[in-house]
Write a protein that binds this ligand. Structure first.
Ligand code: LMR
Length: 396
C-alpha cells in the first residue's frame, strides 16, 4: 500500500510552525500561523475562558455523546453572536473548528448542486484544499490589487457579475485572510444584491469576529445578507476570538428563505456531520455557551477581546513607524489601513526566505505577517530584518 516515494508537501501555515520548532536559534520569531500573542509573546488562556471552565468542571456530570448538531443553547448563542439575534430562518450545527464548518459547507454545497465555489485571489491557504476534498471545483475571483495594496474594486465587482447562477462564492466577513483588506458597508450591500440577482450562494467565512471593529460592527456582512432573504451559509470559528484554538470550536449556520427550508437544511447538515465526525468535541462549545450565558463572564470576555484588538492595532502602528523610520524603499502606510491579525506585506518569496534563513523570522510564503506575534521586545529586530530584506531586493 505505501507505494509513494514522495512525502506530502508541508502545510503552508502549520508546516511553518513545525520548521520553527526545529529551529535552534534563540532569537527566532514565528509570525506565520494566526495566533494571538500578548506583550510577552505568550498565548494565554483568556480569564473569562478559565472562569467558564471552572464553572463547567464543577457542573459537568457526564462525558456522554453530544447531539449531532451540538448543544441547542450553543446554536442559540452562535446565532445571537453572528446574526444579532436568533432566527427561525437559520439552522446552526456545532463543528470541530472553522475548518470543520467549511468542510461541512462544502459537502452541503456539493449535495445541493452548487458544485463550483469561487474564492478570492488570494485567500486562506487551506480554503482550496478543503473545498476540493468536498468534491467541489474551485475557481478564483479578483480581489486584491498588489500595486495599491487595496481592493481591486472594479475587477472584483466585474468578477461577481459574471459568476454563474447556482455556483457558490466564499466571502470573508471581516479581517480578510491573508490581505487584511475588507469591504465597506456600501460594498457589502452591492455584493448581497448581486448574490440575489445573479443567483449564486454566499458562504461567509467568519473567523475573526471582534478583531475588526467590534463583535457588532463586524457582523455587518452577515446582517446585510440576512436582509435580502436569500439562502446563504456562515462558517464561524471561535479559535481566535475566544482563544480556543486547540479546542476546535466552530459552527456552521445555514440561512434559508423560510423556517421550513432552514429545518430541512439543518437535517442535511446533521446527515453530513454524522459521517464526518459524528458529533462535536464538547469542551470548547460548552465553554462558549457557559461564558455567553453569564453576563459577567460575557463582559470580561468582551474586555479581553477589545484588549487583543487594541494591542494588534498598536503593533501595526509601531511596525509601520519602525519601517518608515528605517527609510525602506516601500510605502508602509498600508499596514495601518489593513484589518485584523494579518498584514499582507508584499514581500516576495526571496525576501521571505531571507528573513527565515538569515534572521530566524518566520512569515508565510505569500508574504503574510501575523501582526499579533509582534511584541515590544521583538519589534526592533523585525523592523531591521524587514528593512534589510526590502533593501536587498532593491540593491541587487
Ligand atoms: C491562519 O490562517 O494562520 C489560521 O487560520 C490558522 C490555520 O489553521 O491556518
Amino acid at each position: 500500500m505505501w507505494n509513494k516515494t514522495e512525502p506530502a508537501p508541508a502545510d503552508a501555515i502549520l508546516g511553518l510552525t513545525e520548521a520553527f520548532k526545529r529551529d535552534i536559534r534563540p532569537e527566532k520569531v514565528n509570525l506565520g500561523v494566526g495566533i494571538y500573542k500578548d506583550e510577552t509573546g505568550a498565548t494565554p488562556v483568556l480569564a473569562a475562558v478559565k472562569a467558564a471552565e471552572k464553572k463547567l468542571f464543577e457542573a459537568e456530570t457526564t462525558k456522554s455523546y453530544m447531539p449531532i448538531a451540538g448543544d441547542a443553547t450553543y446554536g442559540i448563542e452562535v446565532q445571537k453572536m453572528i446574526l444579532g439575534n436568533t432566527s427561525n430562518r437559520a439552522a446552526t450545527l456545532h463543528t470541530p473548528g472553522g475548518t470543520g464548518a467549511l468542510r461541512l459547507a462544502g459537502e452541503l454545497l456539493n449535495e445541493f448542486g452548487n458544485n463550483t465555489i469561487w474564492v478570492s485571489n488570494p485567500t486562506w491557504a487551506n480554503h482550496k484544499n478543503i473545498f476540493k476534498a468536498a468534491g467541489l471545483t474551485v475557481q478564483t475571483y479578483a480581489y486584491y490589487n498588489a500595486e495599491t495594496k487595496t481592493l481591486d474594486e472594479q475587477a472584483f465587482f466585474q468578477a461577481l457579475e459574471n459568476i454563474p447562477t447556482g455556483d457558490a462564492v466564499l466571502l470573508h466577513a471581516c479581517c480578510h485572510n491573508p490581505t487584511g483588506v475588507d469591504l465597506n458597508a456600501e460594498q457589502w450591500d452591492r455584493v448581497a444584491a448581486l448574490s440575489e440577482t445573479k443567483g449564486w450562494t454566499a458562504l461567509i467565512d467568519f473567523a475573526y469576529q471582534g478583531f475588526g471593529e467590534s463583535i457588532e460592527a463586524d457582523r455587518k456582512s452577515v446582517e446585510t445578507f440576512l436582509e435580502t432573504g436569500s439562502d446563504f451559509l456562515v462558517a464561524s470559528s471561535f479559535s481566535k476570538n475566544f482563544g480556543l484554538y486547540r479546542e476546535r470550536t466552530g459552527a456552521l449556520t445555514a440561512i434559508a428563505a423560510t423556517p421550513e427550508a432552514a429545518q430541512i437544511a439543518g437535517s442535511h447538515m446533521k446527515k453530513h456531520a454524522r459521517v464526518m465526525h459524528s458529533n462535536p468535541p464538547a469542551h470548547g462549545g460548552l465553554i462558549v455557551t457557559t461564558l455567553l450565558s453569564d453576563p459577567e463572564l460575557s463582559n470580561l470576555w468582551k474586555n479581553e477581546l477589545n484588549a487583543m484588538r487594541e494591542r494588534i492595532a498598536r503593533m501595526r502602528n509601531e511596525l509601520a513607524h519602525g519601517l518608515t523610520s528605517r527609510g525602506i524603499a516601500m510605502d508602509s502606510s498600508f499596514i495601518t489601513q489593513q484589518n485584523g491579525m494579518f498584514s499582507f506585506s508584499g514581500l516576495n518569496k526571496r525576501q521571505v526566505d531571507f528573513l527565515r534563513e538569515e534572521k530566524a523570522i518566520y512569515i508565510v510564503g505569500s508574504g503574510r505577517i501575523n501582526i499579533a506575534g509582534l511584541t515590544p521586545s521583538n519589534m526592533n529586530a523585525i523592523c531591521d530584518g524587514i528593512a534589510e530584506a526590502v533593501n536587498l531586493q532593491t540593491t541587487t
